[in-house]
Design a protein around this ligand. Structure first.
Ligand SMILES: [Zn+2]
Length: 196
């Protein structure tokens, strides 16, 4: 995961920096989320798209209500679309519509059409919910992928899944953007368990 480049325009740069500095997020009580996440995991094991969508909407609605904002509508779709050609083919995992506040999540890989792993799918859902919180709750209309954005998304994901939070280790790239160093992050013992 790589952060977006810092924008040039002053107002956009200010938004970017505010987002980058916001490294935590107020979390709602955990228990209902753990149950919803388990239901999502079971629906995925059965490859039940309709039930997956129900569970995703339950998670997105519960989190949105804790911020007193309207929830995004989540749609679960089949095989991930591919974009690009040749060696530059990328799969689209999910997206968030800045105007309609709709989240689309694809459940199957582009090539083998296999159901994606539970961890990847839940983490992608939390990423898209963070875009919604940025736009509707935090006044970050461009919802940049900043260091703070990835940190908030990670905190939310581990809270929903009930797994210990890892402290993300970042490397600075030559162009100034930051990239998560996964091997170093995975070696990190974490920050002492769950947050409430
Ligand atoms: Zn994103």
């Amino acid at each position: 995961m790589i952060t977006d480049s810092i924008p040039n325009k002053q107002t956009e740069k200010q938004e970017y920096n505010r987002s980058s500095d916001m490294s935590t997020i107020a979390l709602p009580p955990q228990e209902p989320l753990l149950t919803m996440a388990r239901e999502l995991e079971e629906a995925m094991a059965e490859e039940n798209k309709a039930e997956m969508q129900v569970a995703c909407n339950a998670i997105a609605t519960y989190i949105s209500e804790s911020f007193q904002i309207v929830p995004p509508k989540v749609r679960v779709l089949g095989v991930r679309p591919r974009k690009g050609t040749g060696y530059n083919v990328e799969e689209l995992y999910a997206d968030y519509d800045l105007e309609t506040h709709k989240i689309r999540l694809w459940m199957r890989t582009a090539v083998l059409e296999k159901v994606t792993s539970y961890g990847t799918f839940l983490s992608t859902l939390c990423h898209e919910i963070c875009h919604h919180l940025d736009v509707v709750a935090f006044d970050f209309p461009n919802t940049y992928h900043t260091r703070g954005f990835y940190e908030r998304a990670g905190i939310l994901y581990h809270h929903v899944r009930g797994t210990p939070l890892r402290v993300l280790v970042w490397d600075r790239m030559r162009d100034g953007r930051l990239r998560i160093n996964w091997p170093a992050t995975m070696r990190n013992p974490g920050s002492g368990g769950r947050r409430r």
